[in-house]
Design a protein. Structure first.
Length: 145
């Protein structure tokens, strides 16, 4: 078994529309993320490297200093009001830690698909996102590419 682990942090804003407490207001976090990818044996590129640490970190760093929203947040999706390059559209009903983790997971899988398409390798991908010192969400799924 081979395993790659990267850690990064990123700063974002978000709000939870419809939330009954203070999280309904725009606020920010310094998120911490860990991406772990493992499989029996990674394919290697022409430099004899599997997945570049920097490429995996870039998935999380892309979110840095952005506003995380879902399609329900029409205000932040209005290009007349907010610069589109500063907004990241997540799937789901709200930009929760769960949906941030799923977004990172999907982007990591897309990166692997692009780098090593069609090899028939089963990868396990775990994404741990820490929203605050005390709040963590982990998604772990297996995908064959």
């Amino acid at each position: 078994m081979e395993k790659i682990i990267v850690q990064s942090h990123f700063h974002t804003g978000h709000r939870q529309l419809g939330y009954p407490g203070k999280c309904k207001w725009v606020h920010g976090h310094t998120w911490r993320g860990t991406v772990t990818v493992w499989c029996e044996m990674f394919p290697r590129d022409e430099l004899d490297m599997a997945l570049d640490f920097g490429d995996l970190k870039a998935v999380m760093r892309f979110l840095d200093h952005k506003m995380l929203v879902t399609e329900q947040d029409a205000t932040f999706l209005d290009p007349e009001l907010f610069e589109p390059d500063g907004v990241v559209l997540l799937n789901g009903r709200g930009p929760s830690v769960e949906n941030v983790a799923l977004h990172v997971w999907e982007q990591v899988v897309a990166h692997i698909r692009g780098k090593f398409p069609g090899h028939g390798i089963t990868y396990s991908v775990e994404v741990l996102i820490q929203e605050t010192d005390n709040n963590i969400f982990i998604v772990e799924k297996t995908v064959t590419i």
